[in-house]
Design a protein around this ligand. Structure first.
Ligand SMILES: Nc1nc2c(c(=O)[nH]1)N[C@H]1C(S)=C(S)[C@@H](COP(=O)(O)OP(=O)(O)OC[C@H]3O[C@@H](n4cnc5c(=O)[nH]c(N)nc54)[C@H](O)[C@@H]3O)O[C@H]1N2
Ligand SMILES: Nc1nc2c(c(=O)[nH]1)N[C@H]1C(S)=C(S)[C@@H](COP(=O)(O)OP(=O)(O)OC[C@H]3O[C@@H](n4cnc5c(=O)[nH]c(N)nc54)[C@H](O)[C@@H]3O)O[C@H]1N2
Ligand code: SF4
Ligand SMILES: [Mo]
Length: 766
């Protein structure tokens, strides 16, 4: 039960009532405070003026789409976007001197927050097997070391190449090209822990793993569901889009165990009425669902729609659409009528009247969109839930028409693009064939390892080299202690990073830190200044060009690092012009044009204002799955009730963190200040479990096999979460998430459904 000393409370925990609204003037002030704390007013000015502008810097904050070019504001960013971009643009530096002063074991005692606060990495560093210190190493020697290690493996499958969704399209295309030319499909990514379940279910039912809607569709929907997402914190500009939809008459239904600030009211900081007024009410109906109850909710809703059709034949379902474009309706309808209402009401914690009200809103709407995020995907029944959401959309033909469709809201700013570029351990043969044709080598055909399977393989000693392109694998992954041991078993771990994190302190026998340029920085190569491209959650591909001077002269771009590594490792295997790729990123895009559908004439089209919108086959009435039609599915589930005395714990983000990196110990919208080691519990549960508010407890997770996983010394906070459902922050709680607890089918860790008990704290507070 390790706990870094700095994770102990430095301040006293204080709590205030959760906020009823998101954004407004305080948001602007907080963003500027954080930004100015990190860097100079001039650099803040450069980043903020360029963020999300045409020819500007793509915000690294999330994958939400930008308005079309003519409709952008001068300040086209949110509070959190401003914080994220200036967290990268920070003036603080981690130098060779820093690593001389701090041993690796000393750094490992520091908190995630502290590590990030040290600033930008500035030069390549190596930790040798016998040493506890990182020391400087030249780029040439670092890349030789890595290449030699790779060439010495018994099989290419002894290496793993992890990608986090900050990597550009160009970088991602090269990484997968390199890995496959080297001979492995071991390409796990953050998406395995994020929207894997969405991709899995959508590919099966619709033949495409991506969302089908655009920002325009959101603006013109009649009814929008927000299921399992916290847009006020994690996709703040989604609230502007929802405000516009509401102005156009849309209704919004939020489904969440927590009454999140952004779901209730929104004060748009870009509008005078938002800064000084009461803001707009976002959700017309709030369904406070029990953890994991969404599958039951959509099944109940679908059953009500079928019954409404019985009562008014021909008036409720879209028979033309169902007849022409779908398959499996009869079986689905039969199955839907067998589900017990008692189970549905127990699983959701909702009343019949609440679900009937939702039905009435659906019946009154011609264009419906369902948005969802981690509350849906990080569950055991996640794949089934997304399949049931598809059933719901199909019943009334809410696909492939304006103002309607499926909207998995992506997290990392380029996580969707990385997949498009081939970062996936099981890319289809059509993609591998195209690679083979373009570059003349035979890509490996057996599927590689995803994130969970990579950890298993490392744990079992089958992996010798781990390379992470961005991200913080050690903290993002489940079962922290297992993952940490797994990383330490590797001969060599390599992180291509911008900032210091836990994956540098928990490392293999030899470890390399390869510091990369960030998105905010100018990227100059032999043929001149380069830009990169990214794809947002709505399949729009556009450019991003840095404006700041690099944090250090020694930094290399991700593209340059990968090209130099590939040249050294592959020794001319396959006809791939790595030098040319490094000198001119346009030549990478030319190859992307040849390999990936939808990217024809990429270089010319992507520089147009607003970039390219990739076609989604569903919007053209094409369903490229195994049956060639949209598929209705039957989804069974077991009631997942925690045993007596236990709670279901979801692990989520505070308002002031970026994934594995906390920025402060506060969570302003939830009214929590001064500590992240808190567990939010329903007041009745606090009483029922014989606990008291503010009491210190250990969280102990319960899993087959009886192995006890414990996260020590949390404080109990009374919070309006449904009875039986608790919440605490990630990544401090990843230690509780068993590696084998995954969504069925997608193998995604169930970060929102961990059964725990609360025990009086065993460790005295620091
Ligand atoms: N500021 C900021 N922005 C970010 C990130 C960040 O860390 N910080 N991360 C980015 C990334 S990678 C991602 S994936 C996204 C994540 O964006 P979200 O998915 O919004 O992130 P989470 O904090 O995991 O919150 C999930 C929400 O699901 C709800 N929930 C939990 N369990 C259930 C359930 O069983 N049913 C339902 N209906 N709801 C449930 C929680 O109460 C919470 O409101 O954000 C992206 N944007
Ligand atoms: N318990 C629990 N676990 C979770 C989740 C959860 O909700 N609960 N969420 C999951 C989700 S949705 C995700 S996406 C993953 C996130 O997993 P990751 O993507 O692996 O983690 P991040 O925290 O985004 O990684 C931060 C690091 O990325 C590096 N970085 C940032 N920008 C750049 C860049 O431009 N270039 C390079 N080379 N490096 C850069 C910095 O060094 C920084 O320290 O975590 C997952 N894990
Ligand atoms: S909504 Fe997301 S992409 Fe847009 S400014 Fe905010 S953090 Fe950045
Ligand atoms: Mo994510």
């Amino acid at each position: 039960m390790k706990k870094a000393p700095n994770e102990e409370r430095k301040e006293q925990l204080t709590t205030t009532a959760p906020k009823q609204w998101a954004a407004g003037l305080p948001a602007v002030t907080h963003a500027l405070e954080y930004s100015l704390d990190e860097t100079s007013p001039r650099r803040v000015g450069v980043t903020l003026l360029n963020i999300n502008q045409v020819n500007g810097i793509d915000c690294p904050g999330c994958a939400w789409a930008d308005p079309s070019p003519g409709h952008r504001q001068l300040n086209e960013y949110c509070e959190n976007g401003a914080k994220h971009i200036n967290d990268e643009a920070t003036s603080r530096r981690v130098t060779a001197e820093f690593f001389r002063q701090h041993s690796v074991s000393e750094l490992d005692q520091q908190s995630d927050l502290w590590l990030n606060q040290q600033g930008r990495l500035t030069e390549p560093m190596v930790k040798r097997p016998e040493s506890d210190y990182y020391e400087p190493i030249s780029w040439n020697n670092a890349l030789d070391l890595l290449a030699n290690e790779l060439k010495g493996l018994d099989s290419p499958d002894e290496a793993v190449f992890y990608t986090s969704g900050r990597v550009s399209n160009e970088g991602a295309f090269l990484l997968q090209l390199f890995a496959r030319a080297f001979g492995t499909n071991n390409l796990p990514d953050c998406s395995n822990m994020c929207h894997e379940s969405s991709g899995y279910a959508l590919s099966e039912t619709l033949g495409t793993g991506k969302g089908t809607v655009s920002l325009e569709d959101i603006h013109h929907a009649d009814l929008i569901f927000l299921v399992g997402q916290n847009p006020g914190t994690n996709h703040p500009r989604q609230l502007s889009a929802l405000e516009e939809a509401k102005d156009n008459g849309a209704h919004i239904i939020a489904v969440n165990p927590l009454p999140e600030a952004g779901l209730l009211r929104f004060k748009n900081p870009q509008k005078v009425r938002g800064v000084i007024g009461r803001g707009v009410q976002i959700a017309d109906q709030f369904l406070q669902i029990r953890s994991g109850g969404d599958l039951a909710l959509f099944q109940g809703l679908n059953r009500l729609l079928l019954e409404a059709e019985d009562a008014r034949p021909g008036m409720v379902l879209d028979h033309d659409f169902i007849g022409a474009s779908t398959s499996g309706f009869d079986e689905f309808a039969r199955h839907a009528r067998t589900i017990s209402w008692e189970d549905i009401l127990t699983a959701t914690g909702l009343t019949m009247e609440e679900i009937e009200r939702v039905r009435d809103r659906v019946l009154a709407s011609r264009r419906v969109i369902v948005c969802w995020a981690m509350g849906v995907t990080q569950q055991r029944h996640a794949v089934a839930t997304v399949r049931e959401i598809v059933n719901f959309l199909l019943l009334r033909g809410n696909l492939g028409k304006p103002g309607a469709g499926a909207c998995p809201v992506r997290g990392h700013s380029n996580v969707q693009g990385d997949r498009t570029m081939g970062i996936w351990e099981r890319m289809p043969d059509t993609f591998l064939d195209a690679l083979q044709q373009e570059f003349g080598f035979e890509p490996p055909r057996t599927h590689g390892l995803d994130a969970v399977n990579a950890i298993r393989a490392m744990r079992d000693g089958r992996i010798k080299v781990f390379l992470g392109a961005a991200g913080n694998f050690v903290r993002a992954a489940p079962d922290s202690e297992v993952t940490e041991d797994a990383m330490r078993q590797c001969r060599l771990t390599v992180q291509i990073s911008t900032k210091l994190n836990r994956s540098h302190t928990v490392c293999g026998q030899t470890a390399l830190i390869l510091p990369a340029l960030g998105r905010t920085e100018r990227d100059i190569q032999a043929t001149g200044e380069q830009f990169i491209t990214v794809e947002n959650s709505m399949s729009e591909v556009h450019t991003s060009q840095g404006r700041l001077e690099p944090a250090s002269r020694t930094l290399l771009s991700e593209v340059a690092i990968l090209c130099r590594l590939a040249r050294r490792t592959l020794d001319g295997k396959a006809d791939i012009p790595w030098d040319q790729f490094e000198a001119d990123y346009g030549t990478i895009r030319d190859r992307i044009s040849s390999v990936i559908a939808g990217f024809h004439d990429f270089n010319r089209r992507v520089v147009r204002p607003g970039g390219i919108r990739l076609p989604n086959p569903v919007n053209e009435g094409v369903y490229p799955n195994r049956v060639g039609k949209a598929l209705f599915t039957c989804n069974d589930w077991e009631m997942s009730e925690a045993p007596e005395g236990h709670l279901v714990l979801q692990t989520l983000r505070s308002h002031d963190q970026w994934n594995t990196i906390p920025y402060t110990d506060n969570d302003r919208y939830r009214g929590i200040h001064g500590s992240r080691r808190v567990v939010l519990v329903n007041p009745a549960d606090i009483e029922g479990l014989g606990l008291a508010e503010g009491q210190r407890v250990d969280l102990v997770s319960v899993w087959d096999g009886g192995v006890e996983r414990r996260a020590g010394d949390f404080q109990v906070v009374a919070y309006p979460t449904p009875a039986g459902c608790a919440a605490a922050y990630y990544p401090e709680t990843n230690v509780l998430l068993p590696l084998d607890s995954v969504s069925r089918g997608s193998n995604q860790p169930t970060a929102k459904g961990i059964v725990v008990r609360l025990e009086p704290a065993g460790v005295p507070a620091g």
